[in-house]
Design a protein around this ligand. Structure first.
Ligand SMILES: Cc1ncc(COP(=O)(O)O)c(C=O)c1O
Length: 358
C-alpha cells in the first residue's frame, strides 16, 4: 500500500499465473502448455528474423499475421485482431466491448482472469453458477447483461458447450457481445468461428499458446465482425501500437500455415488424454469429461491441495484452485507426453494407496 497508488490499484487482486518452476527436472503439468515443441517451420521463421531489421519497429498492424489467420479460418483480415497473448486480447475485449451499464455474465467457475479484468476496468459482473455436474447451461444466461463471456471448452473444468447451444444463446442474446474464448478448442471442441459471419455480436478468441505450442512467443487473436475488431484496434492504438514484435509476427504466421503438424500433435494429446483418464479412473479418481488438453479430477475423500503438494514432492507440478470451495478437491492436470502421464499415474497410485494404508 502506498499513497502514490491510484484508487483502482489499491482495489486490485491481481491474477496469479501457474508457477513457472526454476528447478530443473520437474514434470510441468500445471499451465496447459504443449508437451511437444513448435513446428520446424516456426523455428526457421524465427531464425530468419535475427538480423539487422531488428533495429526497425515491427508492422503495427501485423498485416501478414492477420492475413495468415484469416486464410486459416476463411475470413478477411478485417475480421481479425491480434495481441500479445490472448490475455492481452481479452483485456482489450473487456474494455472495448464488455464495459456497459449492465453487468457482464460469466460462469462462477471459469478462467480466473475475467474478474481481474473487471476490477481493473471497473466493470460490474455477475457470476452464473455452473450446474452440479459443472456444465454450462446457456439458458442461465437469458437475463439483462452488458455482455457474456466464457471459455469453450471451459477452464478449469474442460467441459464443452455444443455449437447448437451456442447458437441458441446467440439467437436469444442479440443486443450485447457474446465472447467465446476458444483457447482449448483444438483438443476436442468444434469452433464457432464460422458463426461470426452470421452473428455480428459474436467474438471468438484464440491463443497460440496451447495447440500451437507457442506459449513463449505470446500471441493470441480474436475474430468477429469488422466493427467489433475496430473497437479492439481503437483500444490497442490507445495503449501500445506494437504489441507483437517481429519474432512473434513471423513465428505465429508460420504456425498458422503448418496445420498438418499441429493437427497431428493435437491427435497425440487427445490419445494420451484417453489413456490417462482410463488409468486414473482405474485408481479410483473421478474425472470430468474434458474436451481440452487438461483434465479436472478428484479422489473421493482426499484434499486437492494435499494431493498437489504430494505430487510436487515427487517432482510433478499440477494446478490446484482453493476457490470456490466446490472445486477445491480437484486437480487440474495438463496432458503431458505418454511418459509423463505414466509417471503421474505411478505417483498418484503411491500417494493415494500408501497413505490409505497408513
Ligand atoms: C481459458 C483461457 N483463456 C485465455 C488464456 C490465455 O492464454 P494466452 O495469454 O497464453 O494466449 C488462458 C491461459 O491459460 C486460458 O486458460
Amino acid at each position: 500500500m502506498s499513497h502514490f497508488w491510484s484508487k483502482v490499484v489499491h482495489g486490485l487482486t491481481p491474477y496469479v499465473p501457474g508457477e513457472q518452476p526454476k528447478l530443473p527436472n520437474l514434470v510441468k503439468l500445471n499451465t496447459n502448455e504443449s508437451p511437444y515443441g513448435p513446428s520446424r517451420l516456426v523455428l526457421e521463421a524465427l531464425r530468419a528474423e535475427v538480423g539487422d531489421t531488428l533495429r526497425l519497429y515491427p508492422d503495427p498492424g501485423s498485416d501478414g499475421l492477420r492475413a495468415a489467420i484469416a486464410a486459416r479460418h476463411s475470413l478477411t483480415p478485417a475480421q481479425v485482431f491480434v495481441g500479445n497473448g490472448s490475455d492481452e486480447v481479452l483485456a482489450h475485449v473487456f474494455q472495448a466491448l464488455l464495459k456497459h451499464d449492465a453487468p457482464v455474465l460469466f460462469p462462477d467457475i471459469t478462467y480466473s482472469f475475467y474478474p481481474v479484468y473487471c476490477a481493473l476496468y471497473e466493470i460490474a459482473y455477475e457470476p452464473v453458477p455452473l450446474t452440479s455436474n459443472f456444465e454450462l447451461d446457456v439458458r442461465d444466461y437469458r437475463r439483462p447483461n452488458g455482455g457474456i463471456i466464457f471459455p469453450n471448452p471451459n477452464a478449469p473444468t474442460g467441459r464443452l458447450v455444443s455449437l447448437v447451444d451456442i447458437e441458441e444463446l446467440l439467437k436469444a442474446n442479440t443486443t450485447s457481445v457474446v465472447v467465446i474464448d476458444e483457447a482449448y478448442v483444438d483438443f476436442g471442441g468444434e469452433s464457432c468461428v464460422p458463426l461470426i459471419n452470421q452473428y455480428p455480436q459474436l467474438l471468438v478468441t484464440h491463443t497460440l499458446s496451447k495447440s500451437r505450442a507457442l506459449a513463449g512467443l505470446r500471441v493470441g487473436y480474436a475474430t468477429g465482425h469488422p466493427l467489433l475488431i475496430e473497437a479492439l484496434n481503437r483500444v490497442k492504438d490507445s495503449f501500445n501500437s506494437y504489441p507483437l514484435d517481429r519474432f512473434a509476427q513471423a513465428g505465429a504466421s508460420a504456425a498458422m500455415a503448418d496445420e498438418h503438424y499441429y493437427a497431428a500433435m493435437c491427435r497425440k494429446v487427445i490419445a494420451s488424454k484417453a489413456t490417462l483418464v482410463a488409468s486414473m479412473e482405474a485408481l479410483g479418481f473421478k474425472v470430468l469429461p474434458s474436451a481440452a488438453n487438461f483434465i479436472f479430477a478428484r479422489f473421493p475423500g482426499r484434499d486437492g491441495a494435499d494431493l498437489a503438494a504430494q505430487l510436487r514432492e515427487r517432482g510433478i507440478v499440477v494446478r490446484h484452485f482453493k476457490n470456490p470451495a466446490r472445486i477445491s478437491p480437484f486437480l487440474r492436470i495438463t496432458i503431458g507426453t505418454d511418459e509423463q502421464c505414466a509417471g503421474l499415474v505411478d505417483a498418484l497410485r503411491e500417494i493415494v494407496y500408501t497413505n490409505l494404508n497408513k
